[in-house]
Design a binder for this molecule. Structure first.
Ligand SMILES: O=C(O)c1ccccc1N[C@@H]1O[C@H](COP(=O)(O)O)[C@@H](O)[C@H]1O
Length: 211
């Protein structure tokens, strides 16, 4: 059974709903995005996470920004920018948070850089942002999952990018992903999560067979 992260939540009721439906992680975006939340909003959202673990998504944060977010009590920081291995390690020791690093995947070669991040706690494999995009993620774009054939993950990892209730079972079967992360695939209106889609995604992922 794959674990599930629902990312880009902005509304306390939706956070509570995703947690009740069985989301393992709920993600809050602290970066330019239609899903961006403030520190004050996040403080309120954290009251609704139930049994789900909250994840703070940041893009190339400064020390002060990362410390302010960590001070809210997030156990995990998802780095979705151009953070180097050294910067990821620095942010880990500065915040005390576990670090998940997002890696943009377009070709098999892109997986090579993963070995240069020895200090991180987890990986998130996402499609690279489309050409000309100014936002680091949440584009609803998938990469070619066959790139992962024969790849052995050196860390716990999640598959992300363009996942939906319709394709998540196929994605898990194709890649053996132990966890999946979704943002735009559970929205009907950009930036607004849809209960029916959130429920369908979690159910499809949890019912899926890993190879
Ligand atoms: O969701 C966002 O708005 C976002 C903004 C900036 C960086 C990352 C973001 N989301 C992450 O992007 C991937 C893929 O999202 P999608 O399902 O394809 O929309 C996922 O890891 C989100 O956590």
């Amino acid at each position: 059974m794959a674990k599930v992260k629902i990312c880009g939540l902005k509304d306390p009721d939706m956070v509570a709903f995703a947690a009740r439906e069985g989301a393992d992680w709920v993600g809050f975006v602290f970066a330019p995005s239609v899903r961006q939340v403030t520190l004050a909003a996040a403080e309120t959202l954290l009251l609704s996470v139930g049994k789900a673990t909250p994840v703070a998504l940041m893009v190339d944060p400064s020390d002060a920004e990362a410390q302010a977010v960590a001070a809210l009590g997030f156990p995990i920081l998802q780095l979705h920018g151009q953070e180097t291995p050294a910067r990821a390690a620095e942010l880990k020791s500065l915040t005390g948070c576990a670090i998940w690093k997002a890696i943009g995947v377009q070709t098999r070669d892109n997986l090579g850089q993963i070995g240069t991040f020895p200090d991180i706690d987890g990986l998130l494999l996402d499609a690279k942002p489309p050409e000309g995009a100014t936002i680091a993620g949440g584009h609803g774009a998938a990469f070619d999952w066959s790139i992962l054939k024969g790849w052995t993950a050196p860390k716990p990892w999640l598959l992300a990018g363009g996942l939906t209730p319709e394709n998540v079972a196929e994605a898990i079967a194709a890649t053996g992903a132990p966890g999946v992360d979704v943002s735009s695939g559970v929205e009907r209106i950009r930036g607004l999560k849809d209960r029916e889609l959130v429920r369908a995604f979690i159910r499809a992922a949890k019912a899926s067979e890993q190879p």
